[in-house]
Design a protein around this ligand. Structure first.
Ligand SMILES: [Zn+2]
Length: 178
């Protein structure tokens, strides 16, 4: 994975494209959470679930299906709590993109197993052909034991800067249309 502090950059980068559709600061915070939730599967290591298991790391929670379900449930809860007459489709799309971006970024990393994009239908693990992002160690101790800078500098270059450019382009587009 890119580290947990980097994934949420994507939520910021995507937000300007959904701002007119009602995605404000609270939805942005939820989107940031959606970018980090897939790595909750690392808890499985404590329970003896192997990395390559469908419920293992980069398995089901990194899949397209999981992102659809998570975004659907959160958007439905949002609709209910805000007493909205219609299902908030832009919010659903935003949260889906935030969540699915996690697996996409993981598939650009240079370590671990690939991502089970098509779980639960297939546990085949995928990487993209190009791996510019240095993989973050799963242990926090190892992360701060000499691995932090190489990982963070590659994430800055390949995740944070592109996300910032995406966000700035979105802001520019919104201003041009206004
Ligand atoms: Zn991950």
């Amino acid at each position: 994975m890119p580290s947990v502090i980097t994934h949420p950059a994507v939520a910021l980068g995507l937000a300007p494209y959904f701002r007119k559709s009602g995605v404000g600061p609270r939805a942005l915070a939820l989107g940031a959470l959606c970018t980090a939730i897939p790595d909750l599967d690392t808890i499985g290591f404590r329970f003896g679930i192997p990395y390559g298991h469908p419920l293992g790391h980069r398995g089901l929670t990194h899949s397209i299906a999981f992102a659809l379900v998570l975004a659907g449930v959160l958007a439905a809860v949002w609709q209910h709590s805000a007493a909205m007459p219609a299902f908030p489709r832009p919010l659903f799309a935003y949260l889906f993109l935030c969540c699915v971006s996690h697996g996409v970024l993981d598939a650009f990393t240079n370590g671990g197993l690939g991502v089970a994009f098509f779980a639960p239908f297939s546990n085949e693990r995928f990487f993209f052909p190009w791996h510019p992002i240095a993989v973050a160690p799963l242990s926090v101790a190892r992360f701060f034991n000499g691995r932090a800078w190489p990982v963070l500098s590659s994430e800055l270059k390949w995740v944070v800067v592109p996300s910032a450019l995406l966000g700035l382009a979105g802001i520019g587009l919104a201003r041009a249309r206004a």
